[in-house]
Design a protein around this ligand. Sequence first.
Ligand code: NDP
Length: 340
Amino acid sequence: MSDEMIASVLVTGSSRGIGLELVKTFLKRSKPPQHVFATCKNPTGAQEFIPLLKQATQEGPKDKMCCSKASVINITSELGSLSKIPNVFLSFPAIPYSCSKAALNMLTRLQAETYKKDGILFVAIHPGWVQTDMGGPQELKKFSEKHENVIVIRLDSTDSASINATVKQVEKHLNGKNLDLLINNAGVLNPQSLETQTAEDMLQVYNINVVGPMLVTQAFHHLLKRYGEESNAKSAIIHISSLLGSIEGVPKMFSSFPVISYRCSKAALNMLACCHAVGYKQDGIISLAIHPGWVRTDMGGSQALLSKEESVGEIMKIISSLNETQSGTFVDYKGIHTPW
Ligand code: NDP
């Protein structure tokens, strides 16, 4: 697919890591796409803090048992302050986040009252606006402000309502034209061994790494599909997979990276990529799975071999020369065939 053939691309999970780099690199092509739909779970940078809430609930009584004068600090946010909402809502309309922090503040108050008699202090602290990974989407936001063809849209790839809302926005921008390229990049890795793997984690990782790409692709199929006179033109779906999903690769790399749920999910994603290649062939859609290499991102860690720029630079070369013969394959970032 030459530069001219990609007028529109949608990337999932573009708040950071490989996804953000893909978005930036598309803009550096000799003829950048007219529409780069940079989708991310949380464009405002806010996260839902249900796990923190749960942790706070569980840790109250636990601390009580450890020491007689325990303190519990619940890290909250001023976005959870009802009195501050009139000032901050328009700049940070992070509804699930604000609600969860308000709930955490309430929980802190209830805990404080309940455990006062036991000598336990409960306090909710707003840490300020700190530069952390939570600031990630801010980089995407700043980037999109400088490039009018980058359109940032909220998309949680596991949430059908969010996907359908994104489809509607994309349809509006494309105004009857095709979506040329869909990159299912969003993914998670929870390091679990055969001993520690839980059903809950297995399902959660499968949901994000497999069900997500399945739902997203299903929802965008009608925009990817080529009709009538355009039948020679192709669209493409790229699934960002991993060498850790290679079944043949297990004996070589298992002991270094057991990561059970991740490995199984990527093997399943490879199967999905193959099904898309066969099932959508008559619609003029190419589908393949790409291993991006071991990349220095939040997921890959600082010891990884490749920078994001190196990995994505190579992936761009694959995209530029993409054709039907590669559909249904699994290649690494250099375009070399990877065993299933
Ligand atoms: P990061 O952890 O840096 O980024 C993951 C991205 O996925 C984030 O943007 C995250 O969004 C997004 N995401 C997670 N869950 C969802 C969801 N439900 N809906 C939408 N977005 C979601 O990882 P990488 O950039 O390293 O990884 C990108 C892809 O590359 C993944 O599929 C990964 O498996 C694959 N890969 C990475 C390798 C590496 O070495 N880094 C090696 C092999 C494969 P948010 O910021 O909101 O959490």
